[in-house]
Design a binder for this molecule. Structure first.
Ligand SMILES: Cc1ncc(COP(=O)(O)O)c(C=O)c1O
Length: 389
């Protein structure tokens, strides 16, 4: 039994909301421990392992055995290969000196926020949006300014919405994910460029979370770097590259932030794991294997977009990218927390309630991840069909 001594209490900054998706995962694990079969559509993680080339490179590195600290910004071959990735994938020149390897994109956010902002600075985010953004921002003593986006702007932030938010106090930074979690929507290259230019003109740091790049269906993918060298790009090997557990990502920084980020990274992390840097360098060559995995997601996407409306989930947001369907589930219930709880217990399908992503309107939405296998998607649809009658 723990004993709470009133002289010792946790910091106010640590009082951030828990991830409901993780709570759903725990509830699903309890059911599984009781022998129940659960289809997992709650967590945004690929079911495939890291690409073979990455595993092979890691095995070779383990055989040599010497893994140590690296430069805080990462090993040169990794940064050079990432520089080539920008040339090949986007036709954009990025000097390797502006690339910093990070322990997943999550570490990239910490570093970007600490290097670009001071305590009390206001950072604009979309709502719905990835919940860790606001938690990290709060924990670092910054102020999240959540801007509700809707169908009207295709669930994306616009200069007009930003301008409106500025009336309540100046905004120092904007963080946008495109494709986004949970909506799956991707900004058009023009809309992205317009927003980046607005930020550039107004001295607002633009932070572009490009973690779902590579997982884009039927629309064009653009990087904020194509518009401005002042943009801070955050990316990761967790999604397209199927390497969540390797905790490896990267940033592309404007020159002025390179040394500040490096200094903070030296103290916060010393360096990202060397083994993961080596494996990730090889993963950048695993195009064929990764495209095959992506085509599995594309099949899942087509299936869900066809079949979910037949079950009554007829208000789906545009699924441009990532592996999420964000559905307006008001037709079933105005409380998606209870709705997803019943879905888990009765249909044995785990999904995430929208409240994770949007404290105001999330009660009306449910997020389904389609990162699992095609067979699992079919089974989920069959279970949901029976459950909903
Ligand atoms: C939009 C977004 N950004 C960042 C992350 C964190 O990813 P990483 O594993 O690179 O830390 C996630 C994870 O789900 C995400 O959805």
């Amino acid at each position: 039994m723990s004993h709470a001594d009133p002289k010792f209490s946790p910091s106010c900054r640590s009082d951030v909301a828990p991830f409901l998706a993780m709570d759903v995962l725990s509830a699903a694990a309890r059911l599984e421990a009781d022998g129940k079969s659960i289809i997992h559509m709650e967590v945004g993680q690929p079911s495939a392992p890291a690409p073979k080339l990455a595993l092979e490179a890691a095995r070779n590195a383990l055989d040599v055995g010497k893994l140590g600290y690296t430069e805080a910004r990462g090993i040169k071959p990794f940064r050079s290969r990432l520089s080539q990735h920008y040339r090949d994938s986007y036709g954009v020149e990025v000097d390797e000196g502006r690339i910093v390897a990070t322990t997943g994109s999550s570490a990239g956010f910490n570093l970007a926020f600490l290097a670009a902002f001071d305590a009390g600075d206001r950072i604009a985010l979309t709502s719905p949006g990835y919940p860790a953004y606001r938690n990290i921002i709060k924990a670092l003593g910054l102020v999240p300014v959540e801007i509700e986006v809707s169908e009207e702007t295709r669930w994306c932030l616009t200069p007009t919405l930003l301008e409106e938010a500025q009336r309540d106090g100046s905004i120092r930074g904007v963080l946008v994910a495109s494709p986004a979690n949970p909506t799956g929507t991707m900004m058009t290259p023009e809309a992205l460029s317009e927003l980046v230019r607005y930020c550039d003109d107004n001295g607002i740091w633009f932070i572009s979370d490009e973690i779902y790049h590579g997982l884009v269906y039927e629309v064009e993918q653009a990087t904020a770097l194509a518009t401005s060298q002042n943009a801070i790009i955050i990316n990761s090997f967790s999604k397209y590259y199927c390497m969540t557990g390797w905790r490896i990502g990267w940033m592309v920084l404007p020159e002025v932030l390179v040394r500040p980020v490096e200094r903070i990274a030296q103290s916060l992390y010393i360096s990202p794991p060397e083994l993961s840097q080596i494996a990730a360098t090889a993963a950048l060559d695993a195009h064929e294997e990764l495209e095959a995995i992506k085509s599995g997601y594309a099949q899942n996407r087509t299936l869900l977009m066809q079949e979910l409306p037949k079950l009554g989930f007829d208000k789906l947001l545009p699924v441009d990218g990532a592996f999420y369907v964000y559905a307006d589930t008001r037709w079933f219930s105005n409380d998606s927390l209870t709705f997803t709880k019943s879905m888990l217990e009765e249909a044995r399908v785990a999904a995430t309630p929208g409240a994770d992503f949007d404290p105001v309107n999330g009660h009306a939405f449910t997020r389904f991840s389609f990162a699992g296998s095609n067979d699992h998607m079919k089974e989920a649809l069959s279970r949901l069909g029976k459950w909903l009658g």
